[in-house]
Design a protein around this ligand. Structure first.
Ligand SMILES: *Cc1c(COP(=O)(O)O)cnc(C)c1O
Length: 384
């Protein structure tokens, strides 16, 4: 089955339920009654351990990444924490891309340190540097590609190969690309992480996370910890995500089309210094992106001429683009990383990685692109 078909049909089983519902129902029950004591351990028992609606979503999620297994969590960070708790011990080391999502960095730096788990960050665009940075106690290589907000690309296949050679588990945060445009397991990665809060749900009304994988042994550990830690997605949110996924293919097509048109518009705009979008030929890793992705997604960043004042005036004078964090919803969002998503990074370090005061990050929605450009034009006029 192809992507758009799977996203609609997997996990729905319309004829196996009592009334023949055409879509899978929400099972809100926290516990499941048995008719005799021989069956108390059979089937569904308690909703934290297993819930029919969450299971249906997990099957759908797995299918999107061509995976054997899917697991759904209460947030992207809960999914990430479950990987750490399942697979690492005190004294272990994580090697991570230095341009990770801020919340992941906070978890790694401020929380894991207390438990004696060591993390080092290097630029994953440099393969040789990755090889040199592997330590005896490295257990996980943590990849995110494209990154936030500078859309840097890491070579998933090459890094997964290095991980395999060194007996290290490779994890890919695939949130920005979405499974429609990139499938890291097919390129050799061991575990895929998603914040389903973003493109997968797509409607800015659920916080959720997912893990997808093929390995039986890893799955048993993750499933055991999902129940032991209790970081599960609720039945109602599982149902909402099932509903969101049905239009994922259509949404991603439009996100990308709009993002490409807007990246071209910005690239030639006299008030713009630089545009970061992997779909542009001017992106230094455009070829790698084209090789490992089927499309370039709906996220882009650009540097406006001037400084923080100009960036501020620009974003505050838009009406269609909401000034907000997060991404991947049907509506367009805009933000200034230096003041919002990346404000916790010390200024010197922030500027060194390229996140200047005049950098603006945009999550391009699926509105009519002409309306979006008219709105951006209004922002530029307010700056001059
Ligand atoms: C949002 C996000 C996360 C965290 O997910 P939550 O659902 O907010 O917990 C992780 N990685 C990336 C790339 C994200 O954008």
């Amino acid at each position: 089955m192809k992507f758009a078909t799977k996203s609609i049909h997997i996990g729905e089983v319309p004829f196996e339920n009592q009334h023949g519902d055409a879509i899978y129902p929400i099972h809100l029950s926290t516990t499941f009654a048995k008719t005799n004591l021989d069956d108390v351990e059979k089937g569904y028992v308690y909703s934290r351990s297993g819930n029919p609606t969450r299971d249906s979503l997990e099957n759908k999620l797995a299918s999107l990444e061509n995976a054997k297994y899917g697991l759904a969590f209460s947030s992207g960070l809960a999914a990430e924490t479950t990987i750490i708790l399942s697979l690492l011990n005190k004294g272990d080391h994580i090697l991570a891309f230095d341009d990770l999502y801020g919340g992941t960095k906070r978890l790694f730096t401020n929380v894991l340190k207390r438990f004696g788990i060591e993390v080092s960050y290097v630029d994953f665009r440099n393969i040789e540097l990755i090889e040199r940075s592997i330590k005896k106690n490295t257990k996980i290589i943590w990849i995110e590609t494209p990154t936030n907000p500078l859309l840097k690309i890491a070579d998933i296949k090459k890094i997964a190969d290095i991980s395999k050679t060194n007996n290290i588990i490779s994890v890919v945060d695939n949130t920005f690309a979405s499974p429609y445009f990139q499938n890291p397991l097919d390129l050799g990665a061991n575990i895929v992480v998603h914040s389903i809060t973003k493109y997968i749900n797509g409607h800015s009304d659920v916080i959720g996370g997912a893990l997808m994988l093929n390995d039986d042994n890893l799955y048993d550990k993750l499933k055991y910890h999902q129940n032991s830690v209790g970081s599960i997605l609720s039945p109602f949110n599982s149902w909402l995500v099932m509903r969101g996924i049905k239009t994922l293919a259509l949404r991603m097509e439009r996100h990308e089309k709009n993002a490409f048109t807007i990246s071209k518009y910005l690239e030639t705009h006299p008030s713009v210094l630089k545009v970061y979008y992997p779909g542009l030929k001017s992106h230094p890793q455009h070829e790698l992106a084209a090789k490992q992705m089927r499309g370039f997604g709906g996220m882009l960043s650009f540097e406006i001429k001037g400084g923080l004042d100009e960036a501020r005036k620009f974003v505050e004078n838009l009406s269609l683009f909401s000034l907000a964090e997060s991404l991947g919803g049907v509506e367009s969002l805009i933000e200034i990383p230096a003041l919002m998503t990346h404000s916790s990074i010390p200024k010197e370090e922030r500027i060194k990685t390229g996140i200047t005061d005049s950098l603006i990050r945009v999550s391009i929605g699926i509105e009519d692109v002409e309306d979006l450009i008219t709105d951006l034009e209004k922002g530029f006029k307010a700056v001059i």
